[in-house]
Design a protein around this ligand. Structure first.
Ligand code: PEP
Ligand code: MN
Length: 338
């Protein structure tokens, strides 16, 4: 349920209403935007008399929310959420490039790529330390050592780091990590999501390869239900009958997610397409569609990359892509435009 107070509401009257609702065992989330304030109620609202609340002096309107997601719901929080990663803002009109290799391979590799992507306009560095590989015989990542090297690269460049956590047991190693990535394969690892909800740090939540957008938002809800509001949604392609690309990029997800939720949405054209040659066109398209950022795999020597070389672009290609994407941003689609 949401309650919309009158425009020039009396603060003490609203506080009284909030306390009354809290006494009834409800959680009340206040979202104060530029244009309106919304009270979002979480809990069992079935015994609340909606007509009684509507009749209060301070109240403009009351609506029941049909969707099972509350904290992540645009109706609860009409304004865009802006996730701030050490000053790099994502969402609410702020666009960021997250770039770096699929996997951290060595100190030289990660620092070299970090410097190159920074020079090309990236504000965040990605790199996998724990790698979810289809084959147990494939490179599994440098694990704790990989995180140490990412932190070295951060020290050298100042770029905040984004890296994937695969299991709760790894959490102590992520203390200094700026953004924790939940990969497609873990989008519904609910115990992990609950644990991440206890943190007060940004989480980049990737869409599962066979998950609906509502399921993605419900996973964000798991994190937010714990009090962590800094969630970035990521579309990275889904499984379809099409085999000419690694996955099928669902670009409409940008428009749909922004309708459903206030959380920022970034696109991963690398995993979505699986081929370096498709990363540029899909990046331009994602920016035009109104995405809040791109997460792109960049490697200094894609042919010899230990993971996902086929879809990795060079720092030079990234630099040109970033320049062209920035040129498109002023013309990007805005939410709800017809
Ligand atoms: C990755 O970003 O390296 C990754 C494994 O992505 P996804 O979870 O989308 O497959
Ligand atoms: Mn990868």
């Amino acid at each position: 349920m949401i309650i919309i107070p009158k425009k020039d509401y009396d603060k003490s009257q609203l506080d009284n209403l909030v306390h009354w609702l809290e006494d009834k065992g409800l959680q009340v989330h206040q979202s104060k935007g530029e244009n309106m304030t919304v009270l979002g109620l979480i809990g069992d609202t079935s015994k609340i008399d909606i007509d009684l609340i509507r009749s209060l002096d301070v109240v403009e309107d009351v609506k029941r929310i049909q969707e099972p997601f509350k904290n992540a719901n645009r109706k609860f929080h009409p304004e865009d959420t802006v996730v701030d990663v050490n000053g790099a803002k994502i969402g609410g009109g702020n666009f960021q490039f997250i770039a770096g290799p699929c996997s951290v391979e060595s100190e030289e590799q990660i620092i070299g790529i970090a410097k190159a992507v920074k020079a090309a306009g990236a504000n965040l560095l990605r790199g996998g330390a724990f790698k979810p590989r289809t084959s147990p015989y494939a490179f599994q990542g440098l694990r704790g050592e990989g995180i140490r090297l990412l932190l070295e690269a951060k020290k050298e460049t100042g770029l905040p780091i984004v890296t994937e956590i695969m299991d709760i047991s790894q959490l102590p190693l992520f203390e200094e990590v700026d953004v924790l990535q939940v990969g497609a394969r873990n989008m519904q690892n609910f115990e992990l999501l609950k644990e991440l909800g206890k943190l007060r740090k940004p989480i980049l939540l990737k869409r599962g390869m066979s998950s609906t957008l509502q399921e993605l938002v419900m996973s964000a809800e798991y994190i937010m239900a714990g009090g962590n509001t800094q969630v970035i949604l990521c579309e990275r392609g889904i499984r379809t009958f099409e085999t000419s690309t690694r996955n099928t990029l669902d670009l409409c997800a940008v428009s749909v997610l922004k309708q459903m939720s206030h959380l920022p949405v970034v696109i991963d054209p690398s995993h979505a397409t699986g081929y370096a040659k498709y990363v540029r066109p899909m990046s331009l398209a994602a920016a035009a569609a109104g995405a809040d950022g791109l997460i792109i795999e960049v490697h200094n020597d894609p042919q010899h990359a230990l993971c996902d070389g086929q879809q990795s672009i060079t720092p030079e290609a990234f630099a040109s892509l970033a320049e062209n994407v920035k040129a498109i941003l002023p013309y990007a689609a805005k939410r709800g435009e017809v």
